[in-house]
Design a protein around this ligand. Structure first.
Ligand code: ADP
Length: 370
């Protein structure tokens, strides 16, 4: 699909100048390509009216090509929510001259189908936007497979939770019973078992949280709470288990927080643990808290390996791990930041990162007041 896309006005104009001769010569060939393409290719005017659609639409929807021409998505019977999405995406392309993407369901005589669409601006010789080209792929089968995978992950993590909890309790019981035994090796083995079980418990709860997020069933228990106390408790707990780093709190919030205290603690814990994981031993980690009249702002700063520029946007995606030799030294599933982002979004806050390779990273989030 990417060959058909034009990223922005500058690259389009460059390509157009370079290729215009060739394009004129091969108009007939181009038409043959679009007429035989397996993806649905459409051209919209700026008012969301369909000017052209290729025959693939007939295969995808079971509806003849002619029924689409000169119609808007609304006139085609697309529900309000999805028509609005289309209108917003088209007006984004017209306003910015940038390409964008969209996913939407469409009820066809063959049942409900799902499509992924790339919307690309088409420019006039003068540089104005003439129309919008869209390339849509039927992703119904992929969506079904993804759903099955997610359900399996959800089911397996759920089934693993009970035996791991029981192993953890047994290990703790053995640790207590054998506390007086002076065999150092036994106590070390048990401590290691306990540590590994904690790691497994964390992985399972991250997978369960991810399933909840995907099903839209992560529920928050929102209340007022003292954010400064939460920061102090979280930092103290982590500092006990990580004497390798010096965690410093700076500033305070002048307004109470409103949200799910446990979930906000989960976000803060994840950011501080990442800061520890990705920065050198004996370095400092700063947790800076402040507030204005509307938001609490919390920043976690480390002086570690940092994140390469081009990957900073992606680290909040599900299962994304930075591709870099320094990052490979650390194991992880790439779920912590995805979950943190979702938790902050459910609070109507924002989360972002500023980072420089080898200099360190600052993760910040806001929590809007009530
Ligand atoms: P993981 O469990 O893999 O750490 P996260 O979702 O918490 O998953 O983080 C995603 C990726 O972002 C990590 O794999 C790591 O490469 C990068 N990352 C997160 N926090 C930091 C940090 N403070 N410094 C450098 N890289 C980080």
């Amino acid at each position: 699909m990417s060959d058909l896309t034009v990223h922005n006005k500058a690259s389009y104009t460059k390509q157009r100048k370079y290729k215009s001769g060739a394009l004129k010569l091969s108009k007939k060939d181009l038409l043959t390509v679009t007429e035989h393409a397996p993806d649905v290719i459409c051209r919209f005017d700026k008012n969301c009216r369909l000017l052209y659609v290729n025959p693939a639409i007939e295969v995808a929807t079971g509806i003849p090509v002619n029924s689409f021409i000169n119609k808007t998505t609304r006139e085609l019977g697309m529900p309000e929510e999805h028509s609005t999405n289309w209108e917003e995406k088209i007006s984004f392309v017209v306003r910015t001259g940038e390409q964008t993407t969209l996913e939407f369901p469409f009820l066809t005589p063959n049942g409900l189908r799902f499509f992924h669409t790339v919307l690309v601006p088409e420019f006039t010789e003068e540089g104005g936007i003439e129309s919008i080209l869209t390339v849509s792929r039927d992703i119904t089968e992929k969506k079904k497979r993804d759903k099955e995978k997610e359900e399996t992950v959800g089911f397996v993590s759920h089934e693993l939770r009970t035996p791991v909890t029981s192993l953890k309790l047994t290990t703790q019981m053995l640790q207590q019973k054998l506390a007086k035994v002076s065999d150092k090796r036994i106590t070390e083995h048990l401590a290691r078992m306990n540590q590994q079980l904690d790691k497994m418990t964390n992985i399972i709860s991250d997978l369960l949280d991810t399933t909840r997020i995907e099903h839209g069933s992560m529920k928050l228990q929102k209340k007022r709470f003292n954010f400064n106390e939460l920061v102090k408790e979280t930092v103290e707990d982590i500092q006990k288990t990580a004497p390798s780093h010096n965690i410093v709190i700076k500033g305070e919030a002048k307004i109470p927080a409103y949200g799910d205290r446990n979930r906000v603690a989960q976000v803060l814990t994840n950011l501080i643990c990442n800061a520890i994981r990705y920065s050198p031993i004996n370095s400092e980690i700063i947790v800076a808290v402040s507030s204005d009249s509307k938001n609490i702002i919390c920043r976690v700063r480390d002086f570690g390996i940092g994140i390469p520029d081009e990957q900073q946007k992606k680290i909040f995606e599900r299962f994304y791990r930075v591709k870099d030799i320094k990052h490979d030294e650390h194991m992880g599933l790439g779920l912590g930041l995805f979950i943190s982002n979702e938790i902050i979004k459910l609070h109507n806050g924002m989360i972002w990162v500023k980072s420089e390779s080898t200099k360190g990273s600052t993760f910040s989030f806001t929590l809007p007041a009530l």
